[in-house]
Design a protein around this ligand. Structure first.
Ligand code: URA
Length: 186
């Protein structure tokens, strides 16, 4: 018997989501499933909220303006996309980029947990409060951003969403400072 690679296991999980169709409304309004991208063998996984327009068009997470901001933040700590794996809680774009609802997040959560089990990273960086609250419920991002917390052997680092820094210089500096925690944790 041959053991499947993480990439093969992830490809199977992607097919399972397409078949199980956990959220038919979102699937119907989106162009395609945005599953995840990057290095399946990475120790570092980033989790955003949901795909936006560019992500829906390309099928890849974080390729629009937030993605450019993320690349910039990563480069400041000497990392690029091939060093990390990146995905979202919700795998289809919500109409007009609205926030994902509680039920939409819950519908995709088992698949996100499965995705993390396959990759088994050392560090999970949550981007924004939606992603943080899936793993660290009831925390306030304004209080805990940049402070790592270990749950079941995985270190979670809650950070603000890169989109928050697009038009806010002081938020950009906060994110730059919080990103410095990542090399310390690795
Ligand atoms: N924002 C997210 O949370 N995820 C993406 O993939 C793009 C923008």
């Amino acid at each position: 018997m041959t053991t499947q690679t993480k990439k093969e296991l992830l490809d199977n999980l992607k097919k399972t989501i397409a078949i199980n169709n956990p959220c038919p409304e979102l699937k119907n309004s989106a162009i395609q499933l945005v599953f995840g991208d990057g290095n399946p063998d990475a120790d570092l996984v980033f989790i955003g909220e949901a795909p936006g327009k560019k992500e829906d068009e390309t099928g890849k997470p974080f390729v629009g303006a937030s993605g450019k901001m993320l690349d910039d933040l990563l480069s400041k700590i000497g990392l690029n996309r091939s060093d990390i794996y990146i995905t979202n809680i919700v795998k289809y774009r919500p109409p007009k980029n609205r926030d994902p609802s509680e039920s939409e997040k819950q519908a995709f959560l088992p698949y996100l947990r499965n995705q993390l089990e396959i990759i088994s990273p050392k560090i999970v960086v949550t981007l924004g409060r939606h992603s943080m609250n899936c793993f660290l419920p009831k925390r306030k991002i304004s209080e805990v951003h940049g402070s790592p917390e270990v749950v079941d052997g995985i270190t979670y680092l809650p950070l603000y969403h890169p989109a928050a820094a697009l038009y806010n210089g002081s938020m950009r500096q906060t994110l730059i400072d919080d990103f410095q925690k990542i090399p310390e944790l690795i």
